[in-house]
Ligand binder design. Structure first.
Ligand code: BGC
Length: 542
């Protein structure tokens, strides 16, 4: 095997089988994290130069793993989610050797390294698709999904792509349509063809053998479609959750989340099982009751983790937040771990959606809930979306996500310390929000994230403990207990703009010790007399 060794063999002591339980994963959007060569685009050397911010150094944030959005060669119609070579690194990010070095550098500081696996579609420039497109007799034809025109001469079904328009693109040369669940430049692979499953399995092995600790698995609910291409019905679902892009007004009954998707996931899991200690995190915009099946139907044979986006998509309002938390706790199968993110490269940043004044409360929520916390680079300094007025016109991303992908703000200079050149996307407000400015300020949001993550790492209750909600504590107050065999922590969060007096009769009063708070509060508190300030969160060992 070439490349760095996997982490479990370099002396990290956490349980190699479930190191992700209670972990914090930090999502890096590589184009926007740190640019080492001055071309205005982030790169692997840039990431390597910033690891002290993340783990293994004094004052580091203290995350357990990083996940890189795609760094593979790509014509960038969907900024790397259209891959033209699954087993290489795009030149603008560096080389395979740089990647080996980065993995080794992460492992040396106890940081796990996850990549993005995009198994449902390639780029139109991937050699597999170019070969498939060459003609109906091509040996690779059936690696993708082709169909003749429908009876009226139009597309074979009414399916809508995630970013709008038909999912079917006409291929003039071969006189058939091909299917694309996302942009037309992202033809869907045909997972009913065993050769596709074998090829993607080999892609995973290629990276696992280089020491990659796991994958975030992209858009997996789109892996399998109805083989008869039946028309989707109008949308009458009571609990649909919005995914990416526009609302087509149709229920993707036949084009997403088909039952056979579980065979695909089990295949991915089988490959992962060949390599001890590796994790698969599924991405699917589904209500939790459907997402639950992606974690295995009672058997631990599908994803280890799957993003529950209900919390991200919830308004900041007490009842909505309560419902999102309760649904997550009630509907996750026993022995599985919820995975939460509040922001990512596809969604408006939460400091914009929920408001900067709630950024501390949101950090507290994410890090004190039971589960895996996925942070999106920049949220630890309160980064907000770019005002559309400063974004390029035409946009890079046709679906309008440029504003969530602006460069990381390392210092107060106009380029935010991100690049010595001209950044590929404008920076938002480096002078008012940046790492250097917050690093030494104990009252900063960054310092709060560090404290929260440090406390969680050191607390068996907060990291691995069970969750039990306490209702009716006070208007606007969320409350729950995190319980491990040796520790109990009471978590209180005032979601409201006013004071939050708490009635804690259910936990039998007495005194407790504050382990972390969003304010300067510390020491011992009397549980009979707690009144939270607006947006205040406190965690109390009882
Ligand atoms: C990724 C998006 C991407 C889409 C298609 C998503 O879930 O996060 O950025 O556009 O999959 O690959």
């Amino acid at each position: 095997m070439d490349g760095p060794r996997p982490l479990e063999s370099v002396g990290v002591t956490s349980k190699p089988d479930r190191w992700w339980d209670g972990a914090a994963i930090y999502q890096i959007y590589p184009r926007s994290f740190s640019d080492a060569d001055g071309d205005g685009i982030g790169d692997l050397a840039g990431i390597a130069s910033r690891l002290d911010h993340l783990a293994g150094a004094d004052g580091a944030l203290g995350v357990d793993a990083i996940w890189l959005s795609p760094i593979y060669p790509s014509p960038l119609h969907d900024f790397g989610y259209d891959i033209s070579d699954y087993t290489d690194v795009a030149a603008e990010y560096g080389t395979l050797a740089d990647l080996n070095e980065l993995i080794a550098a992460c492992h040396a500081r106890g940081l796990r390294f996850l990549m993005d696996l995009v198994p449902c579609h390639t780029s139109i420039e991937h050699p597999w698709f170019m070969e498939a497109r060459a003609g109906r007799d091509s040996p690779k034809r059936d690696w993708f999904i082709w169909a003749d025109a429908g009876p009226g001469g139009g597309p074979p079904s009414n399916w809508e792509a995630a970013f709008g328009g038909s999912s079917w693109e006409w291929d003039e040369a071969s006189g058939q349509y091909y299917l694309h669940s996302f942009y037309p430049e992202q033809p869907d692979l045909n997972w009913r063809n065993p050769a596709v499953a074998a090829a993607i399995g080999d892609v995973m092995r290629f990276w696992f053998a280089r020491g990659v600790d796991g994958f975030r698995v992209d858009a997996i609910f789109a892996a399998i479609k109805d083989d008869r291409f039946r028309d989707n019905p109008p949308d009458r679902r009571p609990h649909a959750i919005p995914g990416l892009g526009g609302d087509a007004g149709q229920d993707p009954l036949w084009s997403l989340n088909r039952p056979e998707v579980h065979d695909v996931i089990r295949h991915l899991r089988e490959v992962a099982e060949e390599f001890p200690g590796r994790v698969l995190v599924g991405e699917a915009y589904l209500p939790v009751e459907e997402l639950a099946g992606y974690l295995g139907h009672g058997a631990d044979d599908e994803f280890h983790l799957a993003f529950n986006f209900e919390l991200l998509l919830t308004p900041w309002e007490h009842q909505h937040l309560t419902l999102a938390i309760e649904r997550s706790e009630a509907l996750h199968p026993p022995d599985t771990i919820p995975t939460y993110a509040l922001s990512n490269h596809d969604q408006s940043r939460h400091a914009t959606r929920w408001g900067s004044e709630r950024a501390r409360a949101a950090a507290f929520l994410l890090i004190t809930l039971r589960g895996v916390a996925v942070l999106y680079a920049g949220e630890e300094i309160g980064m907000v979306d770019a005002d559309p007025a400063i974004l390029p016109d035409p946009p890079f991303d046709r679906a309008g996500r440029d504003g969530y992908r602006t460069p990381m703000q390392w210092d107060a200079t106009p380029s935010g310390g991100f690049t010595t050149g001209t950044a590929w996307l404008p920076l938002v407000d480096p002078a008012s929000r940046n790492v250097a400015g917050q690093a030494s300020d104990p009252a900063s949001l960054l310092s709060l994230y560090r404290r929260l993550l440090a406390v969680r790492r050191a607390s068996s209750a907060l990291r691995h403990g069970r969750h039990r909600s306490i209702f009716g504590v006070g208007p606007g107050v969320l409350a729950w207990l995190r319980e491990a065999d040796d520790e109990r922590v009471l978590v209180l969060l005032n979601t409201g703009d006013g004071d939050g007096p708490c009635d804690l009769a259910e936990v039998n009063g007495g005194a407790g010790e504050i382990v972390v708070a969003t304010t300067e509060r510390a020491g011992t508190v009397n549980l009979d007399r707690i009144k939270l300030r607006p947006h205040e969160g406190i965690a109390i060992r009882i």
